[in-house]
Write a protein that binds this ligand. Sequence first.
Ligand SMILES: *Cc1c(COP(=O)(O)O)cnc(C)c1O
Length: 437
Amino acid sequence: MTDDPNRDQCLAMRDDTRRWIQADQTHAWHPFTRQREWCTPGREPLVMVKGDGVWLWDSEGRKYLDGNSSIWTNIHGHSHPALVAAVQKQAAVLGHSSFLGLTHPLAADLAEALCALLAPSALERVFFSDDGSTAVECALKMAVQYRMQTGEPERSQFVAFANGYHGDTLGAASLGGVARFFERFSNCGYNVIFVSNLDELSHLDATKIAAVIIEPLIQGVNEMRLWPTGFLTDLKTWCERHVVHLIADEVMTGFGRTGSMFACQKENVTPDFLCLAKGLTGGMMPLAATLTTGRIYDAFLGDAEKAFYYGHSYTANPLGCAAALANLMIFRDEQTLSTLPEKICHIQKCLTALKASHPQVHEVRQCGMIAGIELRRADGEKFPVSERMGEQICHAARAHGLLTRPILDTIVFMPPLCISRAEIDHAFHALQQAMKC
Ligand SMILES: *Cc1c(COP(=O)(O)O)cnc(C)c1O
């Protein structure tokens, strides 16, 4: 491998690349993006055209290691043959059929397989939707409707944690505690009570609370900050004592990211609702699932008005279900979880070495295969926001064959679980080089 595989970024651009960029800049609108800057000449975006394993290629033929799993979705690498085959096979048979009043084999199998990942009869029901945000919306609506149907309509409040993130639709955004994402929408959506710790929680009137939501073990968008060990267990104990439901948002942490299949399993906690999305299909298709207990489900049995009023046109899309089943099959066939401890240990060593050699690395945070590298000035103060230091470093890393994104000045390293030791080394070498400038 050459030192700087992607150095010659100034090469004349291919005609098709130029055309795609022009069409994009003229008509497309990107998430969380300063569109004026996006369209500035000289800041042309990469046009991604191919993926294989942990690698992505752009339309100019340059190759990058996917250091944030394509925004935290990819699990077994890009274009995994088993995932490709599963989706191709299903696409040739039935691309979509409504889940409203009908079912199909893959959704039935997937619901069963998801429940089987948890302790016997812990979570027995699966409600499908499309994204992390909709998985959360669904848990919220279930939690509220459940209370209406069990004679406790006064339990209508939600509690969320400061600096948490649960998605961008209005309902999910109401639970968001990261000011720069949610402040401007604070007049819309529900009334949510925010707490920072269990002490604040214990001062609330628990009889008004329907549910508490948490990102177990680690808050992703909060610059990869970890909860103290045992926090989830203590929260579960409080919830049980006060008959408040616990919603575990494992949209980011699910599917091996923390080293076990689900983060809750690290503390042997069973939530009342488990929200899954990003990694559910191995990063292949948009699909989400909200799992819940038999007890909650039972409150929705009976007359028509007891039915759960929620759904989307693409609920339980067969292609998504095919990808999700193949994802679980790969976990089994490749014994993915048992390969992780060694990788987690190697990432830890690389993080320690990076911190030791670069004074601007203020802190490294790691939870299994998820890492955050926080940059600060040598005197420990934060860089001025206008310097956009995190972005600058990530941009520089591209020239050394690594793609990732920062959250403010915290660089995220969250590769597909299939990454090899040599590939981890490649990623950290790229970061080392990027930080030299
Ligand atoms: C990404 C994320 C969501 C939102 O998922 P989308 O698929 O982007 O709607 C919700 N919760 C957590 C913890 C996430 O990381």
